[in-house]
Write a protein that binds this ligand. Sequence first.
Ligand code: ATR
Length: 270
Amino acid sequence: TERYAVFGNPIGHSKSPKIHAMFAQDTAQSLTYEAILAPVDEFAASFKEFVSSNGRGANVTVPFKEQAFALCDELSEQAKLAGAVNTLSVMANGEVRGDNTDGLGLVSDLERNLGSLAGLNVLLVGAGGAARGCVLPLLQAGIAKLTIVNRTQTKAETLASLFAPFGNVDVLPIEHSGQSYDLIINSTSSSLTGDVPNISINTITLKTVCYDMMYGKEPTAFNLWAAAQGASQTIDGLGMLVGQAAESFNIWRNVKPSVEPVLTQLRAEL
Ligand code: ATR
């Protein structure tokens, strides 16, 4: 059988094997999907060994997305701009193609929850790898304007200049208070430590939807704060996780699995 896997370090708690097993069952595809722990500086060797024993494709997570990017023979436009690869595919000629489905996973989850994103005024909080991966998909989803803020503002400026050719992208100081938004996306890792980025309460109105890329059994620190400020809706990143997996599965197998039942199951098991 054709093998797929997720590579990471650590990898023990990855939900990807469970997600892809459910996708395979849902779409009647015969494949295996396992979790592989690669040594931190030997991702390429580990992936090569996997390919030589029937590996057809892989997801890549922390800390290997840049190493995966570096080993590809071919890259999607989105992977090039993200500067990182989360999906590797072994092509018929043996060459390796890299994609990045994280941003599409976010956009598909947003559209599942909100409908079309066309015309929305969006605030993106954070300017690290997670932020970079979602800028192009957000712009391509037809949002009116993306404002990027970050604790370290220079990083937001670098990100904005990279994506300026693709749409309306702006940078403001993180604590600015003169504007509100339709949608605020927290891409920072602040919720991991229970912190909330210091954006102004004036960015949130009763119509604002807030999305945290983090998730957990309990609402994230950012979403708790946003709800307390009166945000109309708060959404966590579990759907983004399932969404990126669905996009990867589609790249490998050319069939789109249903996200909803998998998300319901994962939510129940948090
Ligand atoms: P990732 O790949 O998850 O985006 P990263 O590239 O290390 O990880 O980026 C982390 C992001 O979270 C950065 O935007 C970081 O802000 P700085 O660039 O100023 O470091 C942001 N971040 C992390 N912890 C934060 C906190 N407690 N408050 C605000 N921003 C935080």
